[in-house]
Design a protein around this ligand. Sequence first.
Ligand code: AMP
Length: 306
Amino acid sequence: MSLVVVGSVAYDGVETPHGKVDRMLGGAATYISLAASYFVPAKIVAVVGDDFAQEDFDLLASRHVDLEGLDRVPGGRTFFWQGVYSADMNDRATLRTDLNVFAGFNPTLPESYRQEPYLFLGNIQPSLQKSVRAQMPGLKLTGGDTMNYWIQDFRAQLLETIREWDFLLINDSEAGLLSGERNLRRAAAAILEMGPHTLVIKRGEYGAILFRRGMHFVAPGYLLESLIDPTGAGDSFAGGFVGYLAGRGIGAPLADADVAELRRAVIYGSVMGSFCCEKFGVDRFRTLRRDDIDARYQEFANCTTF
Ligand code: AMP
């Protein structure tokens, strides 16, 4: 059983107070599949140009990410994103977005992906997210994320899309925008009326909150000793969250025991997001081992039990 991951595979230029990298592997689908690959086999659906480097294919392949659905457009250039972080790294400004081959992205899934039970829809146009889901008739669990642009300018399309999802992952400002509520509890209640039965609101360094009707679970942010580059933290959270659930075979509808698994999934998401921030880009994933992940998971348990 595998997890299908849809989204951007990119080159990023990133500047943080710790340094500047002009061009490195990035993209939401890259981070999501790398993080998920520690828990379950991941299959990527994305598009790159023929400037996409062999060493970047090799990194994904080294984590056993299936690349049959990674379309390579001859003569095309890979999506490029450039951002700069504030001094405390809680904010970032986008300096440049070159869609390149991503502008024509209209994913058709390889036959070998269509029967898979798990799907995570990274941040792309909601109608594309919907069309991918429609190509997978045997889904046990579907979720995804989105961003302010789609919430503001493609609202009707987005609402139609997330209506079919089991879970939605978004950050606190997006939750406010989507629900029209500043209060997180009321925002969550409103979003849970839009379709997904499970919602995770990410709060950056302050952690994440899992909401279902009548319950919520609060996970703190991991206290990192050194935060180098937060790019991809949200996507790595997503990969850890859905990867853990897929690896455990959890599917909708969720029984009470599965709700305990959702809490663990939030912690694994937090663990993966925190590792991602320790080095630039995807670099931490080059050396990260499953043992490191489980040790940090245990540390989370130790520092939150009372
Ligand atoms: P995160 O820090 O988790 O929000 O993810 C950052 C990643 O998202 C970077 O690697 C970018 O390449 C990618 N990204 C940035 N803007 C977009 C966009 N408009 N659509 C898809 N992916 C994007």
